[in-house]
Design a protein around this ligand. Structure first.
Ligand code: BG6
Length: 479
């Protein structure tokens, strides 16, 4: 007997800007990700502001899911997916964000994707905004720093809720909303492009603007939750947090307090607002000490209170350590690094691999929020090498996922209410942080390379059959 519920949602996750391509087809507008060049672990992506004629932009073709969705969803179905997490590109629906009427051709594409999922018995899990917004809103308003974005987002979300009522049950408002609490999230998550920013990893950061933008996203998310429930009382709408699990580097009380502070600001702040419907008390001191004043309109806090999410989802790739001694060696992370943990190994991109940290995190989160949880991203970004016969034996990926699933089992036995698991990049796609194709996560290999070449053909990796077995046995068979 499996410890996972019979209806446990096994599946995989992707995001529009990292897989669809077709960046200017069928009326789609330019999104923030469309002005980002490729980069690497050691070389930042550039944000070019205009499309430079001879520059390679990874999102423009990506893996061309736009034209391969049928084939890709059939492969997901073959693995036995119960759920497929994908995002809708705002710019396919409202190309500049300010149109009165949605772009019908954009909606029709997602009609087809959703229909294809349902025909295969796969539940769609839709992220309304995953690390992109119309670039026109960045230009016009400096992204979410403007309150105008609230109404524009809510109009977009309402359009989706109405169109997919009865078809899409599971929704997430903003991907990794807490990215806005970190400097790299300025452009990535809030569409803020301050004067002087050219490099993605070294943005001109104005915390005041970021936290103001985040407040606007909280209000927008809460209004979307309310609207979604009114339009379709059956639907469930969740938050999505990039969980930066942080341990104290030592038992020195200074390290303990440092870890607690990071955990509060980076993880709990946004989760508390979206689950409990209120700003947590520890933020007042943080705002005061950092000279931040979040402007709120009368009614904002009531809206936030009334728009609490139904379930909590998060991404989990690694853990980090916090220390009060700045001279400690550091480790990398997707949005934020930390101090190096001597007990853990790291991926090729320096992300520390910590399966037990997932059990710890699930327990912490369930203890805090007491609502269903879902791991909507987890996985190993790695260089995949083809064998002579062309096969890809990604045992390292199997090992990573297996160990994390084992720890999810432990967490369920600990009493955590876990709804599902959608490993990231179930098919190879463009990396969000570096723009690389070489950083692969998939069960399915895509012939696409960092110089833009590749015939886009799909090939099953060894992990494909492994994951199929995992799903078939509801997580019982992991070897
Ligand atoms: C999460 C994002 O932060 O991590 C994804 O939600 C992203 O969009 C994923 O792709 C993995 O990060 P990266 O940088 O390896 O693509």
């Amino acid at each position: 007997m499996s410890v996972f519920a019979e209806n446990f949602l096994w599946g995989g996750a992707v995001a529009a800007n990292q897989c669809e391509g077709a960046w200017n087809e069928a009326g789609k507008g330019i999104s923030d990700s469309d002005v980002c060049t490729g980069g690497s672990h050691s070389r930042s992506k550039r944000i070019t502001r205009t499309i430079e004629p001879d520059t390679f932009y990874p999102s423009h073709e990506a893996i061309d899911f736009y034209h391969h969705y049928k084939e890709d969803i059939a492969l997901f179905a073959e693995m036995g997916f119960k759920v497929f997490r994908f995002s809708i590109a705002w710019t396919r629906i409202f190309p500049t964000g300010t149109e009165e009427e949605p772009n019908e051709a954009g909606l029709e594409f997602y009609d087809r994707v959703i229909e294809e999922c349902l025909n295969h018995g796969i539940e769609p899990l839709v992220t309304i905004s995953h690390y992109e917004m119309p670039f026109a809103l960045t230009e016009k308003y400096n992204g979410w720093t403007s309150r105008e974005c609230i109404g524009l987002f809510v109009k977009y979300a309402q359009t989706l809720f109405k169109r997919y009522k009865g078809k899409v049950k599971y929704w997430l408002t903003f991907n990794e909303i807490n990215a806005g609490a970190m400097p790299m999230g300025g452009f990535l998550s809030l569409g803020i492009l301050n004067e002087g920013t050219t490099d993605f990893t070294n943005q001109v950061d104005i915390p005041q603007l970021r936290f103001q933008g985040l407040h606007h996203q909280f209000v927008a998310s809460a209004l979307a939750v309310k609207a979604g429930h009114e339009i379709d009382p059956e639907c469930q709408i969740g938050c999505m947090i990039c969980h930066i699990t942080t341990y104290p580097l030592t038992c020195n009380p200074d390290d303990i307090l440092e870890a607690q502070k990071r955990n509060q600001i980076l993880n709990q702040f946004c989760g508390d607002v979206q689950v409990r419907g209120e700003y947590p008390s520890f933020m007042s001191r943080y705002f005061k000490e950092n000279g931040i004043t979040v402007e709120m309109e009368p009614g904002d806090l009531e809206i936030i209170k009334e728009g609490c999410v139904d379930y909590y989802t998060f991404s989990y790739y690694m853990s980090n350590c916090a220390t009060a001694s700045p001279e400690q060696a550091t480790s990398s992370g997707n949005l934020m690094g930390g101090a190096k943990n001597p007990y853990l190994e790291s991926s090729d991109w320096g992300w520390q691999i910590d399966p037990k940290g997932l059990r710890y995190t699930l327990n912490e989160l369930y203890g805090r929020y007491r609502i269903p949880l879902m791991v909507v991203e987890n996985g190993l970004g790695a260089y995949d090498k083809k064998e002579e016969d062309g096969s890809i034996k990604d045992d390292y990926r199997i090992d990573y996922l297996k160990k994390h699933i084992e720890q999810m089992k432990e967490a369920v036995e600990d009493g955590v209410d876990l709804m599902g698991y959608t490993p990231w990049g179930c098919i190879d796609l463009v990396s969000a942080s570096t723009g690389e194709m070489a950083k692969r996560y998939g069960f399915i290999y895509v012939e696409k390379y960092d110089d833009g070449t590749g015939d886009l053909s799909r090939k099953k990796k060894k992990s494909f059959d492994w994951y199929k077995k995992v799903i078939e046995t509801n997580g019982e068979k992991l070897d």
